[in-house]
Design a protein around this ligand. Structure first.
Ligand code: MEV
Length: 439
């Protein structure tokens, strides 16, 4: 039977009722049902934790949790937890980390950690009148959220800026209360949104009161109160630096100097060409997202912000930058990362807790530097591969290993296949034929 109409009360159904409905109405096969069941956690309490993260949960969707060792960041060693399904990413990060650990490691600094929130509203009256109302209301507005910001202020954060912005040139009657926050070790989304919603209510009340008291013309309508995921002042910078002569070992065809020049030009291409820049930045996000997901942070927020930042001058460009000067190669990444190490999933997800422990329970700023190092490591490895043997060489090795695993190849068959496919194209059927011909 195929579904004929919308279903009501779906969210109230238990997980097994939902699966039964899938079986009946969507012809889910017994194999698929078994698959759903097999991916549930055997421990009921742990499963309950996962179930409650989201809505209408009927199973779990696994992705591998791997480790990238040998990350030396500001002189401190880390093993990075990486949650990612794409092969080669963890290997690429580890490879770059090991190489750079012998050349000073990753240098990193957090430039600032300012987060942004906005109350969007429409005002039909005179722009000068709303400015005056705002000026008269500023202290009351700030005080109105002091109980919400108190504990954050004790941790060194809180509401640090509140301004009125006139946007009527872009949209009729449109204004914003632009707010800035520091949120200590929390990503701070819930905190910011709570403060903004309170500010919005108070702003409406104060404006109405003053319109009445002063016989002003105009109506104020609140549209939305919400944080902005664009945080260009929550910025981390990470860089690698060494003598160009140290870069000679990657490909016999290139001296260290020649490698460095090729590298710089490849990154320059990604600064100038948007098609290349998107792929280049995707390679950076391979590393960033893996650690962000493993530590229970919001990778969609970081991605949206990172891509907007990459286009901040009106053209989408590479987020990283490379140069050679006075015999030294420098490779740098500057990126906004609004992430936290307390609250939300960082403490609620059992694997995120383990990840943070692995990293030595870092502060949010330390995690920003670690995450940025992962991004730069993956970016270095990708560009290095492309300007030397090509990206497929490494990918194909992994691909071959995956196929051999699927085919249950013996150790002897595996080693024969590795030699045979060194200079041949890897495909599932070619490997299968090769294995079937082996003793
Ligand atoms: C693949 O996941 C990422 C790369 O395409 C990145 C790049 O091209 O720089 C290899």
């Amino acid at each position: 039977m195929a579904q004929q109409k919308a279903i009501s009360g779906f969210s109230k159904m238990s997980a097994s009722e939902k699966v039964r409905w899938l079986k009946e109405v969507h012809d889910l096969s017994p194999g698929d049902v078994k698959n759903l069941e097999q991916h549930l956690h055997p421990d009921e309490k742990t499963q309950q934790t996962y179930t409650e993260f989201s809505e209408n949960t009927i199973s779990n969707f696994f992705i591998p949790f791997g480790l990238a060792p040998n990350f030396l960041v500001n002189g401190k060693w880390y093993v990075l937890p990486m949650a990612i399904e794409e092969s080669s990413v963890v290997a690429a990060a580890s490879h770059a980390a090991k190489f750079w650990s012998a050349h000073g490691g990753f240098h990193a600094e957090v430039e600032d950690t300012v987060k942004v929130g906005q109350v969007h509203f429409f005002w039909t009256g005179d722009p000068r009148a709303i400015q005056d109302i705002f000026k008269r209301s500023l202290t009351t507005l700030q005080n109105s959220v002091s109980s919400e910001t108190e504990s954050m202020r004790k941790r060194g954060g809180g509401l640090i800026n509140l301004q009125l912005i006139n946007q009527t040139e872009n949209l009729d009657h449109y204004y914003q209360l632009h707010t800035e926050f520091r949120t200590a070790d929390a990503m701070g989304a819930n905190f910011i949104n709570t403060v903004l919603e309170k500010l919005a209510k108070e702003w409406k009340r104060l404006a109405q009161e003053q319109v009445g008291q002063n016989n002003l013309e105009g109506e104020l309508e609140i549209s939305m109160a919400i944080l902005s995921n664009y945080t260009p002042d929550c910025i981390v910078k990470v860089w690698l630096e060494t003598e160009t002569s140290h870069l000679g070992g990657f490909d016999a065809s290139y001296s260290g100097e020649a490698f460095a020049q090729r590298f710089v030009r490849a990154v320059e291409v990604a600064r100038q060409d948007t098609h290349r820049a998107v792929t280049h930045n995707k390679g950076i996000f391979n590393g960033l997202d893996s650690v962000i997901i493993a530590t229970g942070n919001d990778f969609r927020a970081v991605e949206a912000c990172g891509h907007a930042y990459a286009a901040r001058d009106g053209v989408y460009r590479s987020l990283s930058y490379a140069k050679v000067r006075n015999g030294k190669f420098r490779f740098e990444l500057k990126i906004p990362l609004a992430i936290g190490t307390v609250g939300g999933l960082t403490s609620g997800h059992p694997m995120a807790r383990t990840s943070l422990k692995l990293l030595g329970d870092p502060s949010a700023e330390e995690l920003m530097m670690i995450v940025a190092a992962a991004g730069l490591a993956n970016n270095f490895s990708a560009v290095r591969s492309m300007i030397t043997g090509g990206i497929q060489e490494g990918h194909m090795k992994m691909h071959l290993a995956n196929i051999l695993r699927q085919l249950d190849a013996t150790e002897k068959q595996k080693s024969a296949a590795l030699t045979f496919f060194k200079k041949r194209t890897v495909s599932y059927s070619a490997v299968k034929t090769f294995i079937s011909e082996q003793p």
